[in-house]
Design a protein around this ligand. Structure first.
Ligand code: SF4
Ligand code: SF4
Length: 432
């Protein structure tokens, strides 16, 4: 039987009901010197040096951009250690010992409304660049580069769909800080010249719809509306979300800006608000610990906090005698990790800890469920077969590069084949 599915249990209801615990006082914070997008980096501070909140402590270097690293506490630089970053890799991290005084750089004072009113497009973009802002939904793409486009932009979309199961940080931002999201959207509209803003949320998020529409009453000078899209997965994928929110079909691989559209995750928009209004880089974020192998909790924690500290605060692991599977991010698109000394960075949203269920991969039964469920209409089973014999031409013909690694093919496969892993490997192999 063909099992075509877009509806998967999202596991969010119980997590949304948990309080958000504030853990902002980690003894030590760690700043990875590199990231998945920035394979090189350097620090600009010495051991023993005192740093203040918001101070630049180094720079990560990617192929086409640089990202400043900022201190999120005040305190003393005490050295380097290796820890796991968002991509699951062991990387060098600068360590700052938190003095818990949170002394701000003197230049960090709120901009007045008059100052903000006078900002040019170029100044908005420079502010966002200097704050090191990246896509907080997980892409880590530099925010200023999207805004630098020369294409005329008609609409900026605030993507609040967050379709991955178990992730609720965007939900938390929208429910607790709707005005900051809207204000960030307005700044992104000003920086790009867009006249229209759209806040895209899931249909079932009635409480978010109400809260956003209530907050929008203070911003009637701007053309912004809340638009509801489907509850299914992967509705948060930007091309699906844009099509359903504003009716524009953008082919994969094309720049959104060519179609007059820019899309930012709602948490990214909140960070634009903080950079423009408060002159702040991203200092903290929401983080969720979930799964049947751990005591579940939501946290607000400082960038640089070790996730292992958060796990300890939840009460540690459950059923310690059972082997665990740990996933950084969501269960569909997250990264499997082997140890929990992960540094919480801008894009680290969640740790899922599962008691391992022995699951034996069976042979393909040719049911075609993976093919019918794929949102980009490629053929996972054929791609797997082509990868197994290392047939690069077939992988290219089967358009493996269109795969968005959403995980649906693995999810629906009755034979428990880890198809998404084959897709990842196939993409790497075809790209060599
Ligand atoms: S992981 Fe890739 S191949 Fe599998 S369903 Fe998603 S997009 Fe399609
Ligand atoms: S790989 Fe899995 S889902 Fe795809 S055809 Fe084979 S058994 Fe079905």
């Amino acid at each position: 039987m063909i099992a075509k599915t877009k509806y998967i249990p999202d596991g969010k209801k119980a997590l949304k009901e948990l309080p958000i615990l504030h853990y902002l006082d980690a003894e030590y914070v760690y700043y990875p010197v590199t990231s998945a997008r920035c394979p090189e980096g350097e620090t600009c501070v010495r051991g023993g040096q005192f740093v203040k909140v918001g101070e630049v402590v180094g720079t990560r270097k990617g192929a086409f951009f640089e990202q400043p690293m900022h201190a999120t506490v005040s305190g003393e630089v005490v050295g380097y250690e290796k820890h796991i970053d968002q991509s699951g890799k062991l990387v060098d991290c600068l360590i700052v010992k938190n003095d818990k005084k949170y002394e701000l750089l003197p230049s960090i004072v709120d901009r007045t409304d008059v100052e903000i009113e006078r900002l040019t497009k170029e100044e908005y973009i420079q502010i966002i660049k200097d704050a090191g802002l990246v896509g907080l939904g997980g892409s880590a793409f530099p925010t200023y580069i999207k805004l630098e486009t020369k294409d005329p932009i008609e609409v900026v979309i605030a993507n609040g769909v967050e379709c991955e199961p178990n992730l609720i940080s965007d939900y938390g931002v929208m429910i607790n800080h709707p005005k900051e999201v809207i204000q960030g959207l307005i700044y992104a509209m000003k920086a790009s010249g867009a006249k229209k803003g759209v806040i895209a949320i899931k249909k079932k998020y009635k409480e978010i719809e109400e809260r956003m529409n209530f907050a929008l009453k203070e911003f009637t000078d701007y053309n912004i509306e809340v638009v509801k899209v489907g509850n299914y997965y992967p509705q948060g994928w930007e091309l699906a979300m844009i099509k359903n929110a504003i009716g524009i079909s953008i082919p994969q691989g094309e720049l959104l800006s060519k179609y007059g559209v820019l899309n930012f995750n709602v948490s990214t928009l909140q960070s634009i608000y903080a950079a423009v209004k408060k002159r702040l880089p991203v200092l903290e974020r929401l983080f969720t610990v979930s799964g049947d192998g751990v005591f579940n909790s939501n946290f607000r924690a400082r960038i640089g906090t070790l996730v292992s500290n958060l796990v300890e605060l939840t009460g540690g692991y459950k059923d310690v005698e059972k082997p665990k599977v740990m996933i950084l991010g969501g269960p569909m698109m997250g990264t499997n990790i082997q140890r929990d000394d992960v540094v919480m960075t801008h894009t680290t949203t969640s740790l899922i800890v599962l008691n391992e269920q022995p699951e034996k991969e069976e042979a393909c039964v040719h049911c075609a469920s993976c093919v019918y469920s794929c949102p980009v209409q490629i053929q996972p089973v054929q791609i797997m077969n082509a990868y197994k014999v290392r047939d690069k031409d077939a992988l290219k013909m089967l358009e493996v590069n269109k795969c968005i690694e959403c995980g649906l093919c693995s999810y629906v496969c009755p034979s428990k084949i880890h198809l998404t892993e084959y897709m990842r490997s196939g993409k790497r192999f075809a790209g060599k």
